[in-house]
Design a protein around this ligand. Structure first.
Ligand SMILES: [Zn+2]
Length: 279
């Protein structure tokens, strides 16, 4: 009888505990917990929003620069072929699908100035050197190390390969990680630009054409975008040496292709017909 009583007592207290636990689980959040959640969200927003704004403005600046380079080329060729003066320039660009009002995606006023046979296309917001370009300059300081370390390794392991695109899976996270490490920048910011490396053999020695440009994630197939080209030629000991005289800025055309015969990716077409060096 005593046993039974104890059993019943322990069953009742167990049930009470379950009910209490259940109540605890469904009682909602305390004020302190809510404050903590709101504080975390505020901190996340403070971290992410400036990054996002910077990302958009970099893309706009880069598009503005590429559009101005295209406009300048159009003006130069029309001037050489048929003659063109300042008063006709805006209308001429509009006829070629590039009205001055659409050159700057950030809404800058674009002016077209003719001086002799040459043209200056400037934007009221963006300078000639843009954010993408300064990124390119940082890359330039380190690309020598990168060539020695990552790209040279990549091509050494793939003797028949000619091209390496950072948009393709063949680029590999190792190269991107090396790049970010060399540039001393966080991984999320390393994604703001892309690379294309083309290798060719001249007199039995390797040459590398390295193109650095704004991330293709910001651009559509068919767009012309600004890029900087570096050429590395084989040095005395066989390792790649930057040929400063061959460094050039220009535009390439965004296109798609299959990489490793399976993944369709966007890449920057920099083959002769699609690469236009700035005049
Ligand atoms: Zn602009």
């Amino acid at each position: 009888m005593l046993h039974l009583k104890q059993d019943i007592f322990s069953q009742v207290s167990e049930r009470r505990e379950i009910v209490m636990r259940r109540r605890k689980r469904t009682r909602g959040f305390t004020l302190v917990e809510l404050i903590i959640v709101i504080a975390i969200l505020a901190i996340l927003a403070a971290i992410l929003i400036p990054g996002l704004i910077g990302y958009i403005s970099t893309a706009q600046e880069s598009t503005c620069l590429a559009n101005r380079a295209t406009a300048k080329r159009l003006l130069l060729s029309e001037t050489a072929l048929h003659g063109l003066d300042e008063t006709e320039a805006a209308q001429f660009l509009s006829q070629n699908s590039l009205p001055p009002g659409k050159i700057c995606p950030a809404g800058g006023t674009v002016s077209l100035k003719k001086d002799g046979d040459t043209w200056t296309v400037s934007c009221s917001i963006h300078q000639n050197g843009n954010t993408a370009k300064s990124t390119v300059e940082i890359v330039n300081d380190h690309v020598q190390d990168l060539m020695d370390k990552a790209f040279a390794d990549y091509f050494k392991d793939r003797p028949s390969s000619k091209e390496l695109d950072s948009t393709g899976t063949n680029f590999g996270t190792a190269i991107r990680r090396d790049l970010a490490e060399l540039l001393n920048i966080p991984q999320d910011q390393a994604d703001q630009y892309d690379f294309r490396v083309y290798r060719q053999t001249v007199n039995g020695k390797n040459e590398y054409y390295v193109y650095v440009f704004d991330s293709l994630g910001n651009h559509s197939s068919g767009d012309r975008i600004a890029a900087t080209r570096y050429v590395f030629r084989s040095g005395a000991d066989g390792s790649p040496v930057l040929d400063d005289s061959a460094t050039a800025t220009g535009t390439g055309q965004v296109a798609t292709k299959l990489i490793d015969n399976k993944d369709e990716v966007k890449y920057l077409n920099t083959s002769e017909a699609f690469w236009q060096q700035d005049p």
